[in-house]
Design a protein around this ligand. Structure first.
Ligand SMILES: Nc1ncnc2c1ncn2[C@@H]1O[C@H](COP(=O)(O)OP(=O)(O)OP(=O)(O)O)[C@@H](O)[C@H]1O
Ligand SMILES: [Mg+2]
Length: 239
């Protein structure tokens, strides 16, 4: 089976006055169905830029992006086409939940479905099912201000999952949370990958979550300087 997302030898250069910033400098990554992938590295090393390219928010300066084996992005790619593809296939979670404050949890999630022309009743029911799946069944009618930071982030994850995307991208989703809630959110990503078979890329600074990742790409100066793999339980049992 081909990778859900495969970014091949991507470069992203920004012109800043006379100097060229090499935000990404020849990076190759992939995520297969059911894989939870960590992206780590110092500030300014290119992690968010990697998600912009993999998430089809911007085309690379050089390189290619393949989605389930089909080339979907390359230098000069059509932005409307990228947007259409992204809306159908990719969910995003950011550092802040950015929920709509005057809507309840369930309405925030259902809105993502209604944008895609799902009938109101069906959108409501599916939004509720998602929130229950994420452990928020008792909070569906609360507005964001009446939810904890971790609960708000779980609503944001439910919203990102609303259209059942095969790829989920998260940029420091736990940065605003305490360590217990961070762990909870990371475990949730692990479960989403395992149960739904989604491919998930998570940018994080938190080394405590690495045991949950199938693979971690370590970034430095726009390059991948190390790739580590989780030791498979079968491999441990064989010893
Ligand atoms: N739009 C832009 N224009 C110019 N330079 C940019 C732009 N976006 C990012 N950069 C530069 O590219 C490099 C990589 O930035 P990026 O945001 O990917 O880093 P990061 O690893 O996500 O950092 P952080 O951990 O602080 O979020 C940095 O040097 C940054 O200043
Ligand atoms: Mg960043």
């Amino acid at each position: 089976m081909s990778a859900t997302i495969h970014v091949e030898n991507a470069r992203k250069h920004y012109q800043s006055g006379d100097t060229t910033v090499r935000a990404l400098d020849g990076v190759t990554i992939e995520a297969r169905p059911g894989e939870l992938i960590g992206i780590m590295g110092a500030s300014g090393s290119g992690k968010s830029t990697m998600l912009l390219i993999a998430g089809l928010l911007e085309p690379p300066t050089e390189g290619e992006v393949f989605f389930r084996g089909e080339r979907v992005s390359c230098p000069g790619a059509d932005l409307d086409r990228l947007r259409a593809f992204r809306r159908r296939n990719i969910g995003f979670v950011f550092q802040k939940a950015n929920l709509i404050p005057f809507l309840s949890a369930i309405e925030n999630v259902a809105l993502a479905l209604k944008i895609d022309d799902v009938p109101k009743r069906a959108a409501h029911d599916y939004a509720e099912a998602l929130l229950v799946e994420l452990g928020l069944g008792h909070r569906v009618d609360n507005r964001p201000a009446r939810l904890s930071g971790g609960e708000q982030q779980r609503v944001a994850i439910a919203r990102a999952l609303a259209n059942d995307p095969p790829l989920l991208l998260a940029d420091e989703p736990t940065a605003a949370l305490d360590s217990v809630r961070s762990r909870h959110v990371m475990e949730l990503f692990r479960t989403i990958a395992d149960v739904r078979g989604a491919s998930i890329l998570v940018v994080t600074h938190d080394p405590r979550s690495v045991d949950l990742f199938d693979r971690v790409y370590e970034f430095s100066d726009g390059k991948i300087v190390a790739t580590s793999r989780r030791t498979a339980p079968e491999a441990l049992a064989a010893h």
